[in-house]
Ligand binder design. Structure first.
Ligand SMILES: *Cc1c(COP(=O)(O)O)cnc(C)c1O
Length: 451
């Protein structure tokens, strides 16, 4: 067998020049070596041309320089889809984060005195204004917020939680596990379906550090149930000189009923009912970047801020900038459902989605051909991320069906859609592939791919 071409011979080809200009000589040399090594390993007795090696090396470089984190069309019907990145940010948040990336910014710098500042200052006043809290701080996500609150206020002591609230959130956030990680002993009270005030009372002892409520984000308990409201748990905690902590999960800054959406707990109401510390996510219903917001009593927030974990869980300037711009949008409540994509998508009128479906259906039909039928149907979107758990939001989908064909055909079509330049993610239900249009705003970009 003749030997494989040499690396030099491949790099001497005139076409190598352009590839070098794009990727650099070192990268191209590495890729040529990798391709040659592959041929050597296969040991198939073929001697590929130099040009062929170069072509394969160029393809390898192109593949290696394509980002893994690709943009997709979320047509799943889940607006705050954790696996697709949850809330989309407002233009103002994107611009503000871009500013923080491009320029030095007064992150921990007091422009008044010229001395050192605290990065919490950027958002603390805003958060206090919007929630009625005395103080506020922020960490990487709500799981981190819960961990930090427990570690700061209750390490080596006990926290009392109702058995009906021992939540597991997708992606391995489980209240008992977080308690253990924070070195806190969980004291479960009540039963799965019923917990009474006396259950909390009886659980309080010398080692109790706090009472806690966790919002049942992603499930509901119905039937023969009893739950002790926030004000009452707060009353019990305060009668014993203990703080009352609430993990609100999605937690909204405004009453979503004013936007025609189902009710979700409002952070301000929770504090008013007596919670001393409330934690919630930045990228769920609030519509901002991934973050864990902690608001509440000044003395408790001060303790939380001093804990060494705070430094480990702190947010970056990108997060802080996006968060600040998102919170500023809440200063103009009249425009929230225009300016914050999360709220805009959740409140998009069905009539608008019907019109969109009418425009798209013929194009999708042409793209799929006669073997498929495309129809606009009524369906239900959901908020996702454990917000508004039992609320179905009326929506419109394109239902793609292949007459008399099995599920395999739908699975293949779903894969074909995922292979488009901007992958389209739908869901399979009732013998059809459904493309829920609630989150499709880039109509032209979607259509441009159907060729
Ligand atoms: C979503 C959620 C969490 C986790 O929040 P992340 O921001 O995803 O870390 C914790 N508790 C509750 C009740 C939640 O709904």
């Amino acid at each position: 067998m003749s030997p494989l071409p040499s690396v030099d011979a491949v790099l001497r080809l005139p076409e190598a020049e352009g590839i070098c200009e794009e990727h650099g000589r070192a990268a191209l040399t590495g890729a040529v070596r990798a391709v040659l090594a592959e041929y050597r390993a296969q040991n198939a007795g073929v001697r590929p041309e130099e040009a062929r090696i170069l072509h394969e090396a160029a393809a390898l470089l192109a593949e290696q320089s394509t980002p893994r984190l690709t943009r997709v069309f979320n047509l799943t019907g889940t607006v705050l889809h954790t696996n697709l990145g949850r809330a989309l940010l407002s233009e103002a948040a994107v611009d503000h984060a871009a500013m923080a990336m491009r320029s030095p910014c007064a992150l921990e710098f007091d422009l008044g005195t010229g001395g050192r500042g605290d990065r919490d200052t950027v958002i603390e006043d805003l958060l206090c204004d919007l929630t009625g809290a005395e103080a506020a701080t922020v960490v990487n996500n709500n799981a981190a917020a819960v961990l930090l609150v427990l570690a700061s206020l209750a390490a080596r002591r006990e926290v009392v939680v109702s058995r009906g609230e021992l939540v597991e959130i997708g992606g391995a956030f489980r209240v008992p596990d977080v308690m253990r990680a924070a070195n806190v002993r969980l004291v479960e009270v009540g039963t799965t379906n019923r917990t009474h005030a006396r259950d909390y009372e009886q659980a309080i002892g010398a080692k109790t550090a706090a009472l806690m409520k966790v919002h049942a984000s992603n499930y509901t308990i119905t039937g023969f149930t009893a739950d002790v409201g926030e004000a009452e748990v707060a009353g019990i905690a305060h009668a014993h000189g203990l703080p009352f902590i609430t993990d609100l999960g999605a937690g909204s800054l405004i009453d979503l009923a004013t936007l025609g959406l189902p009710k979700e707990p409002v952070v301000r109401d929770c504090l008013r009912a007596g919670a001393d510390v409330v934690t919630f996510s930045g990228d769920k219903l609030m519509g901002g970047p991934q973050a864990g917001l902690i608001v509440g009593r000044k003395d408790l927030i001060a303790r939380i801020r001093k804990h060494p974990l705070k430094r480990a869980l702190r947010v970056s300037k990108l997060t802080l900038a996006a968060l600040e711009a998102t919170l500023l949008a809440y200063r103009k409540p009249d425009f929230l459902s225009r300016d914050l994509p999360a709220l805009r998508l959740l409140t998009r009128p069905v009539a608008e989605l019907e019109a969109l479906a009418g425009r798209l259906a013929p194009n999708v039909q042409d793209w799929l051909g006669d073997a498929w039928s495309v129809s606009a149907i009524a369906c239900s979107s959901q908020a996702g991320s454990g917000s508004l758990p039992s609320a179905a939001i009326p929506s419109v989908a394109l239902a793609l069906r292949a007459e008399g064909k099995s599920g395999k055909v739908l699975i293949d079509l779903a894969q074909r859609l995922r292979k488009l330049p901007v992958p389209v993610i739908g869901r399979i239900a009732d013998g059809a592939l459904l493309l829920d249009l609630r989150c499709l705003e880039d109509e032209a970009g979607f259509l441009a791919q159907l060729v």
